[in-house]
Design a protein around this ligand. Structure first.
Ligand SMILES: CC(C)(COP(=O)(O)OP(=O)(O)OC[C@H]1O[C@@H](n2cnc3c(N)ncnc32)[C@H](O)[C@@H]1OP(=O)(O)O)[C@@H](O)C(=O)NCCC(=O)NCCS
Length: 157
């Protein structure tokens, strides 16, 4: 079985993470540039809320999230991406486990936005217990919508 190592994101990961982000959808369709990616990654490194997954010492994917700010009532998954070569191997799930474990220590909800055309990601999130709670129409690009999804922490007892 392929060994996936998930660790906290660092400055040394900027090149690899932005290389993946600017070459995959939904970020291409939403018009993400390299500079926008660098800004997002740097702010997440500084806040400490981000992780990368490594396979054979190569960056296979990333997750950027917020715990306290960025969305009312809960944490927020800001960006998630897996290099196409490493999909369907459990990388996205491991990255989401990492983010959710940290967010749920402090917050009852995790929120995220997913583009209406991104069927694979919507299915992936539904499988992880996320449910649709709203839609932001014409959010970034005219005619394309951002779907708001929410996962609620399972409180014991
Ligand atoms: C969405 C994404 C992160 C998933 O990453 P991944 O590493 O391929 O995910 P995993 O291997 O951990 O899990 C995939 C599993 O999710 C589930 N899943 C995926 N699509 C599904 C669907 N449409 N319905 C139900 N379950 C689904 C399945 O169990 C699937 O396993 P399979 O691919 O072997 O069938 C990846 O496809 C990606 O990077 N997409 C482009 C960027 C993106 O859309 N990011 C999200 C922005 S909001």
């Amino acid at each position: 079985m392929t060994e996936i190592e998930v660790r906290r994101i660092g400055y040394e990961d900027i090149e690899s993470v932005c290389g993946i982000m600017v070459s995959i959808d939904p970020y291409v369709t939403l018009g993400y540039t390299r500079d926008m990616c660098i800004d997002a990654v740097v702010s997440n490194i500084e806040e400490g809320w981000g992780a990368v997954a490594e396979i054979d010492e190569k960056i296979a994917g990333f997750v950027l999230f917020r715990v306290f700010d960025g969305f009312p009532l809960g944490g927020y998954i800001r960006a998630l991406g897996v290099h196409p070569e490493y999909r369907s191997m459990g990388v996205g799930s491991r990255l989401m486990d990492y983010a959710e474990n940290i967010i749920f220590k402090y917050r009852r909800n995790v929120f995220l936005l997913v583009s209406s055309f991104n069927e694979r990601a919507i299915g992936f999130y539904m499988g992880r217990g996320y449910r649709v709670v709203g839609v932001i129409e014409n959010a970034v690009v005219e005619g394309l919508h951002e779907i708001i999804m929410r996962k609620v922490r399972k409180d014991r007892g």
